[in-house]
Design a protein around this ligand. Structure first.
Ligand SMILES: C[S@@+](CC[C@H](N)C(=O)[O-])C[C@H]1O[C@@H](n2cnc3c(N)ncnc32)[C@H](O)[C@@H]1O
Length: 214
C-alpha cells in the first residue's frame, strides 16, 4: 500500500481486513490492499480498488455540474467544498486565486476529484464560456434570485465567494444569474461550505438521476 499522504488522516472507521481466500485477479483491485485490508474513506463498492480504478469509475458517471470557489485569501472552507463535490460526483472543482488551499477538510476526497486552478475570475469566466457552461454566482447580494424557486441550468458552474468579502464583483458581473439561499435568522450569511452543499444539492435535486445514487 502507498504511504499515507499529507491529507490522509484516520477517521477511525474500521474498513475491511485482508481479502479472505484466494486473491482475485480483477485488475481494478490493488494487490496490496487485498493483502493488507482497506480502511480508506471510500464507499464499500470501491473496497480494495486502486485509486485509478475508482477515479475511472466516477469519471464515467460525473455530472454536468462544475463548482468554483474564490480563494484570494486562502479560504479554509475549500476542503469541505471538495469533499461535498466528490460526494455528488461533480465534474470539476475550480479554485480561483491562490493555488494553495487547506486540504484538511477534504478528508482525502481530493484524490478522486477533478480539480482545476484559475489565476483570477476572468480566467474562470473564459473557461466557462469555452466549455459551454452557464456561470451562476451564489451569494445573498442585491439582485440575487431565490435558489429555492430557480431552475438551475444543467450545464453550469456554481461560483462561491469567501468568508468575509463574499463573492467578487467580477464573478457577479460575469454571471448569467446570481442565486441566494433563503435565511430566516439573525446571521448575515451561512458558512461558504454549507452554502456550497445546499446549492450543489439543489442542482442534484433538479438534474441528477437519483436511481444511480449509492
Ligand atoms: C460567509 S459568506 C460571505 C459574505 C456575505 N455575502 C455577507 O454579507 O456576510 C461566504 C460565501 O458563502 C456563500 N453564502 C453564504 N450565505 C449565503 C446565502 N444565504 N445565499 C447564497 N450564498 C451564500 C456565498 O458564496 C458567499 O460568498
Amino acid at each position: 500500500m502507498t504511504d499515507p499522504g499529507p491529507t490522509e488522516w484516520s477517521t477511525g472507521a474500521p474498513g475491511v481486513g485482508p481479502w479472505a481466500g484466494g486473491l482475485p485477479d480483477d485488475p481494478r483491485y490493488d494487490p496490496d490492499l487485498l493483502r493488507q485490508g482497506d480502511t480508506r474513506n471510500v464507499v464499500d463498492a470501491y473496497r480494495y480498488w486502486t485509486r485509478e480504478a475508482i477515479i475511472a469509475d466516477i469519471d464515467r458517471r460525473r455530472h454536468a455540474l462544475h463548482i468554483a470557489i474564490e480563494n484570494f485569501g486562502n479560504d479554509a472552507n475549500i476542503g469541505a467544498v471538495v469533499r461535498t463535490a466528490n460526494a455528488f460526483a461533480v465534474d470539476t472543482v475550480h479554485i480561483v486565486g491562490r493555488r494553495r488551499w487547506n486540504r484538511r477538510g477534504a478528508m482525502v476526497t481530493d484524490r478522486y476529484q477533478r480539480l482545476a486552478h484559475h489565476e483570477n475570475t476572468a480566467d474562470l469566466l473564459a473557461f466557462a464560456a469555452g466549455a459551454g457552461l452557464t456561470v451562476v454566482a451564489v451569494d445573498n447580494v442585491p439582485g440575487a434570485v431565490p435558489l429555492e424557486t430557480t431552475v438551475l441550468p444543467r450545464d453550469c458552474v456554481l461560483v462561491f465567494g469567501q468568508e468575509g468579502p463574499g463573492i467578487s464583483e467580477a464573478a457577479q458581473t460575469g454571471a448569467a444569474i446570481t442565486v441566494s439561499i433563503a435565511q430566516f435568522g439573525s446571521t448575515r450569511s451561512v458558512n461558504a461550505a454549507v452554502a456550497a452543499g445546499i446549492a450543489m444539492h439543489a442542482w442534484i435535486r433538479q438534474w441528477a438521476d437519483l436511481s444511480q445514487a449509492w
